[in-house]
Design a protein. Sequence first.
Length: 108
Amino acid sequence: MNYCTNGKIYNSQDIQNLDREEIQYLSCFQRLASAFNPQYYDILINKEDYGRLLFVDLIDRISLTAVKIYLKDAHKPIDDPVNGNVIQAAINHFQSGNEEKLILNRRV
């Protein structure tokens, strides 16, 4: 890994490092790990704005292209934040060659 983060890398073999809030989203992390091979992608769990925002950065280790997926926005959980459409949008973004970060589930 050669990028900087303030979050933690999701590791399916070590879920004890998830805090009480993050563990509620374990199924989301597991879904992402099954859709995106951990050998090629990192799942970074991040919080911002004093815990009001919870999201993951899904990062392609080779190209360093990223997709940010919000799980909680403004203290409100997002319904089914890692659904099939979100996963497909992330796959399409990685395949597109676009180097800009794609942001999904962000409320406006």
